[in-house]
Design a binder for this molecule. Structure first.
Ligand SMILES: [Zn+2]
Length: 426
């Protein structure tokens, strides 16, 4: 197959998907009723499944050439793109049910990481992170088994740096990029809130294509635990008069880290709480940790965690935008420092409320450069409820009563913080 044919093939697929692409960002936060295999913690399927389904998948290859095959039940539309730093191949599909074991697409050959999942209502994505510059040699769907199977084949091969750079440059694609949420209407925000309400953004970590960590015993995804707890916490906080809690996501959708920050700022949030339950190499470590932002990490564990959390955008194939050079603004700097002080006060209140009630790790208030905590004017904390790498923590995280107790304890901390903040002039 010549390069020209491949290009035509890919262009053809691209054209048919333009409309879907344009709608993606708006869809991310629209009344998202779709999600793949969204199973709540008590095991009930909560969403309707998409009609396009991948029933089987496999990967075969070595360092120079790798083939990925996905067996669809219907002919899929698709669109292939490239992203840099690290080199990635991104394939966008309409909503897809991925109905095969994750391990069937375990990274091998040219790829060091493979992710697939929902990118919002009506769209799904496959992201292949390559060890070296790569190119797509073939991307096509073949009809097999008398029209019962639509076999999507993606053949990839090693490319020169120059070739990969050309592919990047010549593609006609606006990647789903952070900081594009200005036009997004967050339907999930309660519209009845009064300006005087104390607004709290509750952010369920991960979502959609970014599943987060995985429980060692039950295999539960972190994104499911964070969403379940976030809903519980928001409900609990909304019982407190004068407090209005809202969710950054209320479904199994992907949100870029900057979108989470933007949503909090758009709603004039007084507080931002990001919920997580990650894994650690040290399986013995358990208990909750509260993180605040800092350029310098408090310790190695905090630094490693922040680095992993900050990979979320990359996992989903969000193009890394060159950071805007920050204007030296003394007012901005003052705000930032003041906000940081409020964040620390909140973290200390949470630790104090948890003591004797909810298990904490040693030195439970830590800090590192978490991207999701970078709103300069919204006091923000990231709460690791516990660690999915620890079997006892995993059990608690899946226990509704335990989660309710944590939500109660957080409500106490937030109430106390609010009183202090109001006493200090808001
Ligand atoms: Zn996490």
């Amino acid at each position: 197959m010549t390069l020209a044919t491949i290009k035509n093939l890919i262009d053809g697929a691209r054209a048919s998907r333009t409309a879907v692409r344009l709608g993606r960002i708006a869809c991310t936060l629209a009344l998202a009723s779709f999600s793949i295999l969204a199973v709540s913690l008590n095991g009930h399927a909560t969403e309707k499944a998409p009609s396009l389904v991948v029933n089987a998948a496999r990967i075969i290859g070595e360092e120079a050439r790798t083939r990925i095959v996905m067996d669809f039940n219907e002919e899929p539309e698709f669109e292939v793109h490239y992203l840099d730093a690290p080199a990635r191949i991104v394939v966008d599909f309409p909503a897809v049910g991925f109905s095969f074991p994750t391990k069937d697409l375990a990274p091998t050959g040219l790829f060091s990481d493979i992710r697939f999942g929902s990118m919002g209502e009506g769209s799904a994505r496959l992201v292949l992170t390559a060890k070296k510059p790569v190119q797509v040699a073939i991307a096509e769907t073949k009809v097999e088994d008398e029209g019962k199977v639509f076999r999507f084949v993606l053949d990839t091969e090693i490319a020169t740096k120059q070739k990969f750079a050309d592919l990047l440059k010549n593609q006609n694609w606006q990647a789903l990029a952070p900081a594009t949420t200005a036009s997004v209407t967050p339907d999930i925000v309660q519209k009845s809130s009064r300006q005087s309400d104390f607004m709290i953004a509750v952010d369920a970590g991960h979502g959609g294509i970014d599943a987060g960590a995985k429980g060692g015993v039950t295999g539960t995804d972190e994104k499911v635990i964070t969403l379940t707890f976030a809903k519980q916490l928001a409900d609990r906080l909304n019982q407190i008069p004068g407090i209005k809690a809202f969710l950054t996501r209320d479904d199994d959708v992907f949100l870029a880290l900057s979108e989470r920050v933007t949503l909090a700022r758009q709603q004039n949030a007084n507080l931002f709480i990001s919920i997580h339950a990650d894994t650690l190499k040290q399986k013995g470590i358990r208990g909750a940790t509260v993180y605040t932002i800092s350029d310098r990490a408090s310790d190695r564990m905090a630094q490693d965690l922040a680095e992993r959390e900050n990979l979320s955008d990359q996992i989903a194939g969000v193009a890394v935008q060159n950071a805007q050079p920050e204007v030296a603004d003394i007012l901005l700097d003052l705000t930032r420092r003041e906000t940081q002080a409020f964040s620390v006060t909140l973290a200390e209140n949470i630790v104090k409320s948890f003591e004797g009630q909810v298990g904490l790790i040693n030195n439970p208030h830590r800090y590192a450069g978490f991207q999701v905590l970078r709103a300069h004017d919204v006091p923000s904390v990231l709460l690791e409820l516990g660690f999915l790498s620890n079997p006892d923590d995993e059990k608690l995280l899946l226990d509704e009563k335990w989660r309710a107790k944590v939500a109660d304890t957080l409500a106490v901390a937030v109430t106390r913080y609010r009183a202090q903040a109001l006493a200090n002039g808001g």
